[in-house]
Ligand binder design. Structure first.
Ligand SMILES: Nc1ncnc2c1ncn2[C@@H]1O[C@H](COP(=O)(O)OP(=O)(O)OP(=O)(O)O)[C@@H](O)[C@H]1O
Ligand SMILES: [Mg+2]
Length: 236
């Protein structure tokens, strides 16, 4: 089901990093129109700007110029407090490096966004258990990140991103640490959320099975975005 409602729009978004010795410009005048219920894969060589693009979309990083409209509001102009609020309600982010809190158990890590949003205890437990079950990690709920494998930590970070059912999930290499069976089941889960809940997922990935499930594949090359086909996998 695709209602084609505007969710995220990037208008002439550029990002450059300037240091004394060089300027790196991973994003040059990027334009994108993203609707509810889309599953978009972003590919590109290492260092091409995938993480930068996702960070800018999430308001974790400010563009050097351009607009990032989330439900029509330019988040590039927001202050940190408003941004935090937007991220809490509208965006689930799966970090390339997981970003789990080391002293919290898997359950507590997944539960945290709900706790911060003030969701009541019983609803919190139910949603947290559901999310952990969806990624197949319920039996490991009480373990802390250092007691979990890389793939298990990745699944905790996926559960944390989906627990509040945000309209937008931004995923940076969400299956980089997973074996092909686990990766397939995570992609199946993503596809399901897109189809049944109208969620939008934008995922940076090298994984060919994720690419084949995406509605669109975009490649970042030399700072620009190009439509790519799933057969053009030549990274890594
Ligand atoms: N904070 C920063 N300061 C300076 N340069 C940066 C910064 N963050 C990223 N870059 C540079 O911007 C470019 C894009 O980096 P980015 O992390 O977005 O690439 P990527 O496509 O995600 O790569 P990978 O596949 O290795 O994760 C790289 O050249 C990187 O060195
Ligand atoms: Mg990256």
């Amino acid at each position: 089901m695709n209602f084609q409602n505007d969710l995220l729009k990037l208008i002439n978004v550029s990002k450059s990093y300037v240091s004394e010795t060089e300027t790196v410009a991973p994003l040059k005048d990027i334009n994108m129109d993203i609707y509810e219920g889309q599953f978009i894969a972003i590919v590109g060589r290492s260092g091409s700007g995938k993480t930068t693009l996702l960070n800018v979309m999430a308001g974790l990083d400010k563009p050097t110029s351009g607009e990032v409209l989330l439900h029509g509001t330019n988040i590039a102009l927001m202050d940190e407090n408003s941004l935090t609020e937007v991220r809490r309600n509208k965006i689930g982010f799966i970090f390339q490096s997981f970003g789990l809190l080391p002293l919290l158990s898997a359950f507590e890590n997944v539960e945290l966004p709900l706790r911060i949003s003030g969701v009541g205890h019983s609803e919190r437990s139910e949603k947290t258990n559901n999310a952990l079950e969806m990624v197949g990690l319920l039996p490991r709920s009480n373990h802390r990140p250092y007691e979990l494998s890389g793939g298990e930590q990745q699944r905790v970070s996926i559960a944390r991103a989906i627990v509040g059912s945000p309209p937008l999930i931004l995923a940076d290499e969400p299956t980089g640490e997973l074996d092909s069976n686990n990766a397939k089941s995570i992609f199946g889960l993503f596809k399901d959320m897109v189809v049944t809940q109208g969620m939008t997922i934008i995922a940076a990935t090298h994984d060919s099975s994720l690419l084949s499930m995406a509605d669109q594949v975009k490649e970042i090359r030399d700072g620009s975005l190009y439509a790519a086909s799933t057969s053009e996998l030549r990274y890594r």
